[in-house]
Each structure stands twice: as C-alpha cells, then as structure tokens.
Design a protein around this ligand. Structure first.
Ligand code: FMN
Length: 373
C-alpha cells in the first residue's frame, strides 16, 4: 500500500517528466531549409547542411513545392541550383511570395553552381563581359528584395552529370562549351564536380554561430559529414585517368588568341588589395571604374589608351571563405594579342606590386601559354 509520502513523490516524478524538454522544444529556434534542385546535387548539400547544424536542432528540409508557408519558422535557409547565372525561377517566386515574412526572419542563401571562382569574368561572343560564379549569382536577388537581409550567403560549386542533362540543358551546355572564351571545365567529362567542401562547412558553421548561437563544429568534427557529397562515381567512364574533383589552381596565367588572363592568390586583406590596385592604376595612368563592390569582392574596369586605342582591363579581387586571411585577384584582357601587349605589361606591373614582400601564395601553380584553359 502506498502511503501519502510515496504518492507525493510519484506525483513529483510525473511532473518532472512532463517538464523535461523534448526535441524541438519551446525556446529552440525552428528552421526551414527550402531548396530547389533539378539533378539532385542541391538535395545532397541540403542534408549535409542539416547534419552540420545538428540533428538535435529543429530544421525541416523541404523541396520548394512542399512549402506553403514560412510562418512557423524562426529562420529560413534558401538553397538553389544556379542556371544561367541565377538561382532558379521558382526560388525567385518563393522569395517574392514570402518576402514580407522573410524580411522579419533570419535568412541565409546558398547556391550550388558550376564555377566557384568569384574573380571570374565571362565573355561570350557579342556579350558584355561580366562577373560570374558563386556568390555573384546572389547579387540580383538581394538587389531585387532588399528587405530580406541574409545573415549568411554562399556559392559552393556543384556537380553536373553530363549524360543526365535533358533537352535544352544538354544543348545549351554544349553550346557554351563551344563559345566560352576561356574554355569549359566540363569538356571531356561525364561528371564535372567543382564543389569546395570547406565552403559548405563554413556556411553550416556560420548558421550555427550567427543564427543559432551555437559553437562552430571543429575542423575534425565537421569533416565527418563529407560523405553526404563524396561518391565512387568516376569523372569519365572512357578515361579512368580523369579525376572527378580537381581543385582549380589558384595561380594561373593564360595567354591565348582569345584572352590574356592571370589569377593569383596572396596574403592580404580586401581593403589593402584595393589600395594596391588603386596605387597601381595611378602610377601607370589607368582609370579605374568600379563596377561592383560587395563585402567579399570588387570588380573594376581599368581603362587606358595603348597606341591610340582605348582598352579595358577587367580586374577582380575577392576573398574566399576557405582561404581566410588571403585575397584572390584576376586580370583579364579580351582584346587581340596584336593590340594588348601594353595591357599585358601593365598587368605584370600590377602583379609585381601585389606579390611584393612575399605576399604571393605559391600553391596549385599552373601555367598555360597556349590553347584553352
Ligand atoms: C542548363 C544549365 C545551366 C547552368 N547554368 C549555370 C550557370 O550559369 N552558372 C553556374 O555556375 N552553373 C550553372 N550550372 C551548373 C549547376 O548549377 C550545377 O551543376 C548544380 O550543381 C546543379 O544542381 P542540381 O543538381 O541540384 O540541379 C548550370 C547547369 C545546367 C544544367
């Protein structure tokens, strides 16, 4: 027989049990990761990010067509593949429809994309040279919906399985391969991969810290989740020598009929690099016209007359999340070799200035003097 004391203790025990927190309990932030994907690489990245954020956190991962409201959530991560230099049309629509709600919440944007080099300028025949790749593709959506101020943005690189491309996707990819002035990285591959795993990890950790107020995962801990992306699929069925993921070299010099292009990596900050570019322009009579400035990069037209002909050099400096404490700089001239030799000389002078005092970081070195990149 239970006496009153035992009854009281049992009641207290039940009350304590009821008060214990359950997963997704009150007080914990509720998150939505909404993604759009055609060929499924963005899906893999979405679940990878969920793992980094932690299964103890409430984060719903949903394909875009499963979302009818964002109201129940405290924060929203919006992820998309890139197509023709933008997030998907459905992502634009989603942001437009829910913009008022999103403006009151913490938001993060991420993209999978083909090219991760945020110092890259694309020139196609008849087109205007312009900044592409990674976070550059998130410029327009942020301009269009300025009330939504993302806490974190990222462009990871991605994956393209060439035999899987459908209809116009396949045709347009083939056409771009033929037209791109600097060649196409996927040429001769069945699977092209460009994703920089450290970028996904930086992004996941930034969400943990800036949105959830959690500690970042350590480098060793976070690497455990790379299995969400890695696979044994080869880059080419016909040529086993082709490796699937070859990090693009940070230091490159390309001199072809179509382009003079150099890219390098140095110990510096973005501000100090901007100052050096401005000094170089002043010392060598180039007029700098700023085309775009963001927290992670700057794009200039550097204009000068060489032998009576005015030429435009394209100069971009950018910081990358995976190489903190350093800056990547690219210079490009799309003019013909016969008229650009003065510009090439000025680019060499700029590099001398930028690389002085041991600033140049000599990893992943590659020099291509002819042929496409
Ligand atoms: C038709 C087509 C157009 C693309 N356009 C771009 C582009 O403009 N810029 C870029 O960096 N990547 C581009 N990509 C690459 C994709 O964004 C990348 O492969 C991404 O990982 C695909 O995501 P998904 O597998 O989730 O669909 C394009 C891919 C296709 C098939």
């Amino acid at each position: 027989m239970m006496n009153r004391k035992h009854l009281l203790m049992a009641a207290l025990f039940i009350i304590c049990l009821l008060a214990l927190p359950t997963s997704g309990s009150a007080g914990q932030l509720k998150g939505l990761l909404v993604y759009d994907s055609i060929y499924s690489s963005t899906v893999e990245v979405a679940y990878w990010i969920k793992a980094i954020i932690g299964y103890d956190q409430h984060l719903d991962v949903k394909k875009i067509d499963q979302v009818i409201t964002v109201k129940p959530y405290d924060y929203v991560i919006i992820g998309s593949y890139s197509k023709w230099e933008k997030p998907s049309p459905r992502i634009y629509k989603f942001v437009e429809v829910f913009q008022d709600d999103l403006a009151t919440k913490k938001v993060a944007y991420f993209l999978t994309c083909g090219d991760f080099d945020e110092t890259m300028i694309l020139k196609t025949p008849g087109g205007t040279p312009h900044l592409i790749a990674g976070r550059n593709y998130l410029w327009e959506i942020q301009e269009k919906y300025p009330n939504i101020k993302p806490v974190v943005i990222a462009g990871f690189g991605g994956r393209q399985v060439l035999p899987a491309l459908q209809g116009t996707d396949s045709f347009m990819t083939w056409l771009l391969e033929k037209l791109a002035k600097e060649g196409a990285a996927w040429k001769g591959l069945d699977i092209w991969e460009s994703l920089v795993p450290e970028r996904v990890e930086c992004f996941g950790n930034e969400v943990r810290v800036k949105i959830l107020g959690l500690e970042p995962l350590s480098a060793a801990e976070i690497k455990k989740y790379r299995g969400f992306w890695n696979s044994l699929q080869p880059a080419s069925l016909a040529d086993p020598g082709k490796v699937k993921y070859t990090p693009k070299p940070y230091n490159v010099s390309v001199n072809t009929d179509r382009v003079y292009y150099s890219r390098s990596h140095m110990k510096s900050t973005l501000d100090a690099t901007i100052q050096m570019i401005q000094n170089w322009a002043q010392q060598n009579n180039l007029t700098l016209k700023e085309q775009r400035k963001t927290f992670f990069n700057i794009y200039y037209h550097a204009i000068k007359s060489y032998n009576g002909k005015e030429l435009t050099l394209h100069v971009v400096a950018a910081t990358f999340p995976e190489t903190p404490g350093s800056v990547h700089v690219s210079f490009r001239s799309f003019d013909k070799p016969a008229i650009r030799s003065g510009a090439e000389e000025d680019i060499r002078k700029a590099e001398e200035l930028l690389w002085a005092q041991g600033r140049k970081i000599e990893d992943r070195l590659e020099t291509a003097q002819s042929g496409s990149e």
